[in-house]
Write a protein that binds this ligand. Structure first.
Ligand code: ADP
Ligand code: MG
Length: 343
C-alpha cells in the first residue's frame, strides 16, 4: 500500500550537496508494523518524511494505495495527508493548550464537523487512556503521557497510516514500553499500518514485523525482524545488533580475553548450543570459555546469544569457528571498547 520507487533526496548546501536518500525502493504492506533502523544521519527521517511529502523527493515516486502522490499539491495533497498521521520524538504538542484542546485543535484544523468534535476527542482520550488528564497542560505530563497525546492527535482524523519518527527515543524504558504496547494495540485492533524509524534496536526487536536497515542514505537490507536479528546479512546490521548487546565486561574479564578471540554466537531457539561448544573444544586444540549468555524473544521466538572466548593457536581457533558456524546460525568476531562494553 506504500511504495517508494527509486526515491532520491539531495540537499543543496553551501559546502556542496548531501545525498540524504539514495535510490530507495521499498514496499510496505497494509496492516504491518514496518521499521527503519540505522545510525543517526543515515537518512531515516528524510525517507519517512517523503511518505507524506513533508519532504519532496528530488527524484522517484511515492505511491499510496496505487496512487502516485509525488506531485500532488493543494487540496489533493491535503486529502492524502489526512490518511497519514505522524508522531515525533519531542511530541510536538501545543504547550498553551490542554490535552483536550490539543486534540480538538487537530479536528478544527481539518474542518471536522463541530457537533461531533467532543465525542471524537473523548473517544481518542479513551483510546490512549488519558480521560483523567483532559484538562491538564502538557508540562504536567510524563513523557509517555505526552506521546499518548501525540498519538491521539495523529489518529484524530482516522488515518490508515501512522508514521513514527523516533517516537520513543526521548522516553525512559518504562514509558517506551507503554508507548510500544499502545502502538501494537493500534495496529492489531484498528489495523493501522505503522512505519516507525529509530536508532534503537531494542524497539525493533519488540515492535516491528519487518525491518529495513539504512546506512548513508542507502537501504541495505529488508527482512522479517527475527531474521534481521538471527541472520543479519550486512556488516552495518551486524554492528547495529552488537551495539544493542548491552554487555559491560568487568576489567578482569577484559584482561582474560586479551589472550584469545572473543566471538559472539547467535543460535535460534530450535538449536542447542552446548553440545556444539563441548564437541568443538574436544575436536580442536583450543579452550573455550563462556563469558556471557542470554536468550531474547523476538516475535515470540527465542534467539540465543553466547559470548565465548577461544584461546589456542590461530589455525585451531579458525577451524573451531568454522566448525561452530556450521552448527549455529551466526558467529562473529567482536571487540570490546575501552569502557569494557562489547561492540
Ligand atoms: P536520520 O534521521 O537517520 O538521523 P536524516 O534523514 O535526518 O537522518 O539526515 C540524513 C542526512 O541529511 C544528514 O546528513 C543530515 O545532515 C542531512 N539533512 C537532513 N535534513 C536536511 C535539511 N533539511 N537540509 C540539509 N541537510 C539535511
Ligand atoms: Mg532522524
Amino acid at each position: 500500500m506504500i511504495e517508494l520507487k527509486n526515491v532520491n533526496v539531495v540537499f543543496q548546501q553551501k559546502g556542496g550537496k548531501i545525498d540524504a536518500v539514495k535510490d530507495v525502493k521499498l514496499k510496505i504492506n497494509r496492516g504491518e508494523i514496518f521499521g527503519i533502523v540505522g545510525l543517526s544521519g543515515a537518512g531515516k527521517s528524510t525517507v519517512i518524511r517523503t511518505i507524506n511529502l513533508l519532504q519532496k523527493p528530488t527524484s522517484g515516486q511515492i505511491i499510496i494505495d496505487g496512487q502516485d502522490i509525488t506531485n500532488l499539491k493543494g487540496e489533493e495533497l491535503r486529502k492524502v495527508r489526512l490518511k497519514i498521521g505522524m508522531i515525533f520524538q519531542h511530541f510536538n504538542l501545543i504547550s498553551g493548550k490542554t490535552v483536550y484542546e490539543n486534540i480538538e485543535f487537530v479536528l478544527k484544523a481539518n474542518n471536522y464537523p463541530k457537533e461531533k468534535r467532543k465525542d471524537r476527542v473523548e473517544e481518542l482520550l479513551k483510546l490512549v487512556t488519558l480521560k483523567d488528564k483532559a484538562k491538564v497542560y502538557p508540562s504536567k505530563l510524563s513523557g509517555g503521557q505526552k506521546q499518548r497525546v501525540g498519538i491521539a492527535r495523529a489518529l484524530a482524523n482516522n488515518p490508515d497510516i501512522l508514521l513514527c519518527d523516533e517516537a520513543t527515543s526521548a522516553l525512559d524504558l518504562e514509558n517506551t514500553n507503554e508507548i510500544l504496547s499502545l502502538l501494537k494495540e493500534i495496529n492489531e485492533k484498528y489495523g493501522k499500518t505503522i512505519v516507525f524509524i529509530t536508532h534503537e534496536m531494542e524497539v525493533a526487536k519488540k515492535l516491528f514485523h519487518r525491518v529495513a536497515v539504512m546506512n548513508n542514505g542507502v537501504l541495505e537490507e529488508v527482512n522479517d525482524t527475527y531474521l534481521i536479528f538471527s541472520n543479519p546479512e550486512k556488516q552495518v546490521t551486524k554492528s547495529l545488533i552488537s551495539k544493542n548487546l548491552d554487555i559491560e565486561l568487568p576489567l578482569q574479564v577484559k584482561d582474560l580475553i586479551k589472550q584469545g578471540e572473543l566471538v559472539k554466537i547467535t543460535y535460534t531457539g530450535d538449536k542447542s548450543v552446548d553440545p556444539v561448544i563441548s564437541s568443538a573444544s574436544k575436536k580442536f586444540d583450543v579452550s573455550i570459555s563462556i563469558i556471557h549468555g542470554k536468550i531474547d524473544y523476538i516475535q515470540g521466538k527465542p534467539l540465543g546469544i553466547l559470548l565465548v572466548n577461544i584461546t589456542g593457536q590461530s589455525e585451531e581457533i579458525k577451524k573451531t569457528k568454522e566448525y561452530i558456524k556450521e552448527n549455529v546460525t551466526d558467529i562473529d568476531e567482536i571487540s570490546y571498547n575501552s569502557q569494557g562494553g562489547v561492540e
